[in-house]
Ligand binder design. Structure first.
Ligand SMILES: [Zn+2]
Length: 325
């Protein structure tokens, strides 16, 4: 595989957002795992009447302006494939003023195309999205995404993780993951990354906040990774009170420097009809952390400094640590 640099000098800490490079010192309050738009691949392309793109752009701009008004300056859009629509995201970023960092990589539902192809074929494609741009645009990915879900370490996802590890090492761009926390798939991810020579401190093991198993979470942190406490509002996986209590306990154990916060929310997602989402997960939106979670963390004994650590300092450090190796 061709090794390529991220296109910047050592120590020049910038990260590629969809509207261009951003100084890491300018990231500010960052939600580390959100989505702008999630589409089932092929549906709107074949059945365009299922949505109104212009209306959805307006909605996304409004939602991101709302959360920006609450002090959130940056979101990481952890959408790799899943109907990723970079022109949509770029327009929303420009109009809302939100700094949005786009992802390369693949979700756990790996397209059939890749079944007969190697990890290095995948890696070349991811690399291009970091060095040249996504889908023919000059918009560069700023993070690498992969996933192991309930089905565990299938051949498909193993290949994706290996490709992501190689691209991470070639570029220095950080990795963020989706896990099935109930199956502790974060551990399997760390094993695969380690076998590829990845420094686990450059990886965020996502959806760890779905677990309140302090042993599991401590093991992930003990191997060096950040953990994503990143599904606030998804009470069907773990209620908010448990998520808050788990973070408070890990802060008491001295781990505020290893957690990042987010919702895994979206503005548009076609997997379910919108009224069903609003009825079953009413707290699942971009504003829930600033409006409700932060006050709850403070009430649980988490300090202002620890909150700043998780929402500002850790994201900055993750993107600042950007050298290939
Ligand atoms: Zn996600």
């Amino acid at each position: 595989m061709r090794l390529a640099k991220f296109g910047k000098d050592a120590g020049m800490a910038t990260v590629n957002a969809v509207t261009g490079p951003v100084e890491t010192s300018d990231l500010g309050f960052t939600l580390m795992h959100e989505h702008v738009i999630v589409k089932s691949p092929g549906v709107v392309e074949n059945f365009p009447s299922v949505w109104n793109r212009a209306e959805e752009i307006e909605r996304a701009v409004t939602l991101l302006r709302d959360v920006a008004a609450r002090g959130v300056k940056t979101i990481v859009d952890a959408t790799a494939d899943m109907g990723r629509d970079i022109d949509f995201v770029a327009e929303v970023a420009r109009r809302s003023g939100m700094q949005i960092i786009a992802a390369t990589g693949l979700y756990f539902e790996v397209p059939r195309y890749f079944r007969s192809r190697s990890a290095d074929v995948m890696a070349e494609l991811f690399l291009k999205e970091i060095n040249e741009g996504i889908a023919g645009t000059p918009i560069k990915a700023g993070i690498i995404k992969c996933a192991i879900d309930e089905a565990g370490t299938t051949e498909d996802v193993k290949k994706v993780l290996r490709a992501c590890a190689r691209v991470h090492r070639a570029t220095g761009v950080p990795i963020t993951t989706h896990t099935f926390a109930a199956g502790q798939t974060g551990t399997a991810q760390q094993d695969i990354f380690e076998s590829e020579g990845v420094d686990l401190s450059r990886v965020i093991i996502g959806h760890s906040g779905d677990s309140k198993d302090i042993d599991y979470l401590s093991r992930l942190i003990g191997r060096g990774s950040y953990i994503g406490m990143d599904r606030f509002g998804l009470d069907m996986f773990l209620p908010t009170a448990d998520r808050v209590a788990t973070i408070a306990q890990l802060c008491k154990m001295g781990h505020a420097d290893k957690m990042v916060l987010s919702h895994d929310a979206n503005s548009y997602m076609d997997w379910f009809e919108r009224p069903l989402i609003e009825a079953t997960a009413p707290d699942w939106h971009y504003n829930f952390i600033p409006d409700t979670v932060i006050p709850a963390l403070l009430a649980s004994g988490v300090s202002e400094d620890e909150i700043r650590q998780m929402t500002v300092e850790n994201p900055r450090r993750i993107f600042e640590c950007c050298q290939p190796y």
